[in-house]
Design a protein around this ligand. Sequence first.
Ligand SMILES: C[S@@+](CC[C@H](N)C(=O)[O-])C[C@H]1O[C@@H](n2cnc3c(N)ncnc32)[C@H](O)[C@@H]1O
Length: 298
Amino acid sequence: MEYHNPVLLKECMEGLKINPEGIYVDVTFGGGGHSREIIKHLTTGKLFAFDQDDDAVKNKIDDPRFTLIKQNFRYLKNFLKMYNAFPVDGILADLGVSSHQFDEADRGFSTRFDGNLDMRMDQNGKQTAANVLNEYSEEDLKRIFKLYGEVDNAGKLAYTIVHVRKEKTIETIAGLKIAIDKCVRRGKENQYYAKVFQALRIEVNKELDVLQELLVQSLEVLKEGGRLVVISYHSLEDRLVKNFTRTGKFEGELEKDFFGNPLSPFSNITRKPIMPTEQEVQSNNRARSAKLRIAEKK
Ligand SMILES: C[S@@+](CC[C@H](N)C(=O)[O-])C[C@H]1O[C@@H](n2cnc3c(N)ncnc32)[C@H](O)[C@@H]1O
């Protein structure tokens, strides 16, 4: 099976506005679909890629202009400094999990299979979804289901989990489904599980925290005129990207100078996010919730 089919490929390349001699970073290498396309546009330029997953590293591109860094992108700035690749002309982030991670039952990301409740993108990470389910307080479980999964009965769900795990720890996907059966509305099982899994995945991988760290560091590592290109797949991510590229902050109003000029550190190239065409969604289901935002550092 194909490792991953890159989403909004042409739009991302246009967004990066590649300088053939420039330095680029693909912070979510995955199957390397976007990276391979970036390299095609380079002459003497360089491409650095990050991925925290051991499996992604196997897709490494054999090219002297390419360097793969097996790390969380929250360490972007440090590693770029270490490689003397500072400042950069463009950063691409294609957030979330790859099709490969999603399709491998034992990674625990998909509700389609049974398997261990793992959900770590980084196989060396300390916390799995099973740890979250069996060790978090009821209050914390409620918070993550509500905040990250937008689960409407998050309180009942957290209560049920805490109750069930007193008898038996929750270790597998099938075990979780049985444990929470009475919280799920009939006929809406798949939507419900998807929300619960989204919440757990975000918590296990601290996805919103690392995205914030990435966005803040992007400002420090991009050249003036450098491009930030981000594809997100759910509204929590997109909101962070939207707010930060508009205002340079995650919350609150856009600050203005004495003359009323906006003080945002970016110019927005996309006022509204770019979404895939119907044709792309038909040929690549993973594209269906993608939103692409492009910003240029001032
Ligand atoms: C949607 S896939 C990227 C697919 C890639 N653009 C392609 O064309 O094949 C996201 C990848 O980013 C990685 N990833 C997600 N968050 C990360 C993080 N904080 N640090 C490093 N890698 C991350 C995942 O392990 C996954 O392989």
